[in-house]
Design a binder for this molecule. Structure first.
Ligand code: PLP
Length: 298
């Protein structure tokens, strides 16, 4: 099935500068930001099998969850429009009803119906009772959890690892990825990758438990390394140091990052390289998970 005519496999490019040369490592970037113009990066990977499942079940409506700046809501709204699903977005917080973010404006323009709920209610987004109550209000649509993160998401993400192994003719020593819900990291682990995970939110240590649950404990703990110190104040927070880093990255490599996820991951990864975390000759693949429509929003 021609799902969303994505540009697969996405390119892989080597990144080399004074830092990687001094450390003697081979660093690559997997350009999942180029996968699709509106269903970008890891959101495309995570949505693929949920959308196929919804199609197979002849569902007409999809309901999902996200914040006012959610790349997942954005991607789901775009995919719904492209594939002919009606979409419903349950939005965290009622304060943006009057003044919707550019992300939510885009979602609306794609035809997504938005329901704003209090932060209190939103906390219940993974509770069965709450979800089935919402679902019955909207005629029992196909429900995709926050971030697109579900068992179906793992399979789509795992395909990215397979692509890389073919492109490099080997399984790299490490992958690096930014994390919100940890669904992408879990999918990578499910494919047997060794993954360095950089949470974009504060106190990201809880992700280990979430990732374990997503994988039903079926992974080797040695394959997961969490680096919780590169959140820059928390989710959707940043400072000038991070923005400078992002600018320099753009100048050095001609690749645009964004400040919510990918710049934090690369900042952290470069810091590890600087601190000689890696052995000479090591191969590392950092995933550009996309999200560029959120570039420098505030
Ligand atoms: C959503 C997102 C992430 C986080 O993905 P999870 O699977 O929720 O951990 C990382 N990078 C970008 C650009 C994203 O949009």
């Amino acid at each position: 099935m021609d799902l969303l005519s994505a540009a697969l496999p996405t390119p892989i490019q080597q990144l080399s500068n004074a830092l990687t040369e001094r450390a003697g490592i081979h660093l690559y970037i997997k350009r999942d930001d180029l996968i699709h113009p509106t269903v970008s990066g890891n959101k495309w990977r995570k949505l693929k099998y949920s959308l196929l499942e919804a199609k197979a079940r002849k569902e007409t409506h999809i309901l999902t969850f996200g914040g006012a700046f959610s790349n997942h809501l954005y991607a789901t709204a775009a995919a719904g429009k492209l594939l002919g699903f009606n979409t419903i977005g349950i939005v965290r917080g009622e304060e943006t009803i009057q003044n919707p973010s550019p992300t939510l404006q885009f979602c609306k323009a794609q035809g997504m119906e938005l329901r704003f709920v209090s932060r209190q209610d939103y906390k219940r987004r993974n509770e069965k009772d709450y979800v089935s109550q919402l679902a019955s209000e909207f005629g029992n649509p196909f429900v995709i959890p926050e971030g697109g993160t579900s068992a179906l998401a793992l399979q789509g993400v795992a395909e990215m690892i397979d692509e890389v192994a073919i492109q490099l003719c080997q399984m790299p020593g490490y992958f690096a990825v930014a994390a919100g819900t940890g669904g992408t990291a879990a999918g990578m682990l499910s494919a047997g990758a060794k993954v360095l995970v950089f949470p974009a939110l504060k106190g990201g240590a809880f992700l280990e438990e979430d990732i374990k649950n997503l994988l039903a404990n079926d992974f080797s703990k040695d394959n997961l390394q969490l680096f919780t110190d590169y959140h820059f104040g928390g989710y959707a927070k940043w400072n000038n140091e991070l923005l400078d880093f992002m600018d320099h990255f753009h100048i050095d490599f001609d690749i645009q990052l964004e400040q919510v996820y990918t710049a934090k991951m690369f900042y952290g990864l470069f810091d590890l390289i600087q601190k000689n975390y890696f052995q000479k000759g090591e191969t590392i693949v950092a995933v550009h998970t996309g999200g560029l429509q959120g570039l420098l929003r505030s």
